[in-house]
Design a protein around this ligand. Structure first.
Ligand SMILES: Nc1ncnc2c1ncn2[C@@H]1O[C@H](COP(=O)(O)OP(=O)(O)OP(=O)(O)O)[C@@H](O)[C@H]1O
Ligand SMILES: [Mg+2]
Length: 512
């Protein structure tokens, strides 16, 4: 049987940035009714490929053919009008507007030049309902966690050109890491939606660092390495080991090492002690002890209160009961500065909203928290600063390894590493990591996990939050289990603690 004609064909794509050749002659084709993964390590060029397709960046070479016609889009709006809809890696919506407004922003239904609010809310509610999502469209978007905001972005994207006469309907849907903040149920929800669109003949370009998801949902994949094409394969013809080797261009030793890594069993005396700490609407009062050099992992479903617990410990939210001591001294919990002063650092899951300044350089971004802790009137001597920055760029393998690069120009995973470097450089006593490996490729993920182990061996305490139970289990001495915004159990890690044992604890809410 002859293969059908691709709906989209990109040939010899070249894109250069000052000093970086992000894409050197990449070919890519996408067929109607397929889900196609674009794979590659952090910085391989996936997002750039998407951005030259959708008119965010101009092309430096190559051709794009859509439905057999040569095209070139000057803006994402033009691409959208031609039927290419995109949801980006970072949620790009307005948190203070309602969900309905976010879905219809820029194309609100109007009558005699005035926005029809009622109709907009009704249509938004129908849309959300049809997709089986339980979201109140009149609530401000900010009322929902990042994961749900991401779903709203997807709803917005698939609804454009949906029956209102303008636009072409969706021919190509581009999803750049839509699942990195979703829990399993939400991922299934998204996959259900993707399959339905696929059955309608939509071609879907999907980027995700979760290999299991690629194998679950995709038909075909294209692999990039350092801005070049290394291969196009049917998913059924390439196993995970083969894929990873294509992505990193070498054997898989890094990951093996990590599996063998044993956590040191003995930890030091108490570093932090929280007693009856709680916040109405956030998390029920809990007790928690963290020892020096201990890694405490938090397990629980999305929305179970993991982030809320971390935010309370950091003073990002104010507790309305309880107290916290660090090294036996009570910490006033009025603001993050109190916690920072006591040696607590918080590396958040939301790199865009909480912290990175895209227009500043890698060096400036890394140095920010340390400088703030010293006070702005005491600048860090340039030589010392440059040495520190170079050390962490190397330790975390930040690419490009150029302290003068602007953070906004780094790939998503490398931005995450800059945020981590910022907090590590302050040498905190307790480092809180909220989903530190989100959006990070498999090689860098292993690096960060190894780093956590070595930090703990050097005596730093770590509170580690991750969606993947295996990841939590691999790193933690102790596991705090959360359910319905309560800390329900505290398990000492050992051979009998398995992912299914933790899931049982989450499900039953009891420590067996
Ligand atoms: N606006 C820009 N200015 C300069 N360099 C850029 C810019 N955007 C991307 N780059 C560079 O191009 C290369 C490819 O980046 P890209 O964002 O496409 O990677 P990616 O494959 O999406 O990675 P990730 O998995 O981390 O999201 C990187 O070296 C990056 O630093
Ligand atoms: Mg990217």
């Amino acid at each position: 049987m002859a293969e059908p004609r691709p709906v989209l064909e990109m040939t010899g794509i070249v894109k250069e940035f000052p000093g970086v050749r992000a894409l050197s002659g990449v070919d890519f084709r996408l067929f109607p009714g397929e889900i196609h993964a674009l794979m590659g390590e952090n910085g391989a060029g996936k997002s750039t490929m998407i951005k030259v397709l959708t008119g965010v960046y101009s092309l430096d070479g190559g051709t794009i053919t859509l439905d057999g016609k040569s095209v070139r889009f000057a803006s994402p709006l033009q691409a959208q009008q031609a039927g290419i809809n995109t949801v980006y890696q970072e949620v790009n919506l307005c948190p203070n507007l309602s969900v309905a407004e976010n879905i219809f922003i820029g194309r609100e239904p109007t009558r005699f030049g005035r926005i029809q609010w009622k109709r907009m809310r009704k249509e938004a509610a129908e849309l959300v309902d049809r997709l089986g999502l339980d979201i109140d469209v009149t609530a401000p978007l900010s009322a929902y966690p990042l994961a749900v905001q991401q779903l709203v972005a997807i709803v917005r994207s698939v609804s454009t050109g949906d029956g209102d006469g303008e636009g072409q309907g969706t021919k190509v849907l581009v999803l750049d890491e839509p699942t990195s903040s979703l829990d399993r149920d939400e991922v299934l929800e998204l996959f259900r939606l993707m399959r339905r669109l696929k059955d309608d003949g939509v071609a879907i370009l999907f980027v995700s660092h979760f290999l299991d998801q690629i194998y679950e949902i995709c038909d075909r994949m294209t692999v990039l390495r350092n801005g070049t094409l290394v291969g196009e394969h049917m998913v059924s013809d390439l196993d995970q080991v083969g894929l990873i080797q294509l992505m990193i261009g070498k054997e898989l030793d890094k990951l093996e090492e990590l599996h063998e890594h044993q956590l040191r069993a003995d930890v030091g005396e108490t570093l932090l002690h929280a007693e009856g700490l709680g916040r109405t609407g956030g998390i029920a009062p809990f007790d928690l002890e963290i020892k020096k050099g201990e890694v405490v992992g938090l397990a629980g479903l999305l929305g179970s209160g993991r982030t809320e617990l971390a935010r309370l410990l950091f003073g990002a939210d104010q507790p309305d009961s309880g107290k916290v001591t660090v090294d036996d001294k009570q910490v006033p919990m009025n603001a993050p500065n109190d916690a920072i002063g006591a040696g607590v650092a918080f590396c958040s899951e939301n790199r865009k909203a909480e912290g990175l300044v895209p227009d500043l350089t890698v060096r400036e971004n890394i140095i920010l928290a340390l400088q703030a802790a010293r006070g702005w009137t005491r600048p860090i001597p340039a030589a010392q600063r440059d040495e520190l920055v170079a050390k962490y760029i190397k330790a975390l393998d930040i690419r490009p390894a150029n302290p003068e690069a602007r953070v906004g120009q780094l790939s998503g995973g490398n931005q995450q590493k800059v945020l981590l470097a910022r907090w590590l450089i302050t040498q905190p006593k307790l480092l809180i990591l909220d989903e530190p490996t989100r959006g990070i490729d498999i090689g860098a993920k292993a690096e960060i996990q190894k780093l956590v182990v070595s930090l703990s061996e050097d005596g730093m305490s770590v509170l580690y939050i991750a969606a993947e139970l295996e990841e939590v289990l691999r790193l933690s001495h102790t596991i705090g289990v959360l359910r319905d915004r309560k800390l329900v159990a505290r398990l000492t890690n050992g051979p009998e603690i398995t992912p299914s044992r933790i899931l049982e604890t989450i499900a039953s809410g009891e420590h067996q």
